[in-house]
Design a protein around this ligand. Structure first.
Ligand code: HEC
Length: 171
């Protein structure tokens, strides 16, 4: 009775095949639910995120995602991370790793960032969020920086997972 649809089909088929059908009497009392189970999960679960974290290069694979998520609160007022998320004061950050800086569609970057020629990775993002102003004078990310190196690593790992840079094993 695990599959009510197949069962109903089997009963129907049995009725058609008069003379050689097996009795389906044992199943007729079942109050089989009609609706198929809606067990498919749309969003990536926490377990998948931990797998993605583990797949990152060191030191990000050993980062504290929870702390990264908490500390990303410092960035959230200006940045969204989800695919297709809106630009706010700062650009949407989906897909930044491995991509050219200053290139997110529909966002008006400073000339400084457009001309910087960075391709974002863990190392230069670490410098950027430590002190954007001294890394690139003339950029317009008015942010005082994250002083704690561990917090930066955790934020970057969180970002890698949330912005599509890490893949879950099932992908
Ligand atoms: C006060 C708003 C603000 C905060 C807070 C802020 N940012 Fe930004 N961010 C910006 C702006 C504005 C830019 C665009 C800079 C430019 O064009 O010069 C930017 C640019 C960036 C870029 C470059 C994006 C690209 O497409 O090249 C990254 C990466 C980034 N921010 C990450 C962060 C992270 C991580 C934090 C938190 C630790 C953070 N930002 C906090 C406003 C902010």
């Amino acid at each position: 009775m695990r599959n009510p649809t197949a069962l109903l089909a089997a009963v129907g088929l049995a009725a058609l095949l008069i003379g050689c059908s097996k009795p389906a009497s044992q199943t007729e009392t079942a109050e089989a639910p009609e609706a198929s189970e809606a067990t498919e999960v749309q969003e990536v679960g926490e377990e998948d995120k931990l797998k993605m974290l583990a797949s990152l290069p060191a030191p990000y694979n050993a980062a504290d995602m929870e702390n990264g998520k908490r500390k990303f609160a410092l960035c959230r007022s200006c940045h969204t991370v989800a695919e297709g998320g809106p630009n706010m004061t700062g650009p949407n950050l989906y897909g930044i790793f491995g991509h050219k800086a200053g290139a997110h569609e529909g966002y008006a970057y400073s000339e400084a960032l457009k001309a910087a020629g960075y391709v974002w990775d863990g190392a230069n993002l670490d410098q950027w969020i430590a002190d954007p102003k001294s890394m690139l004078p003339g950029n317009k990310m008015t942010f005082m920086g994250v002083k704690d190196a561990k917090d930066r690593t955790d934020i970057i790992a969180y970002l890698m997972v949330e912005t599509g840079a890490a893949k879950s094993e099932s992908d």
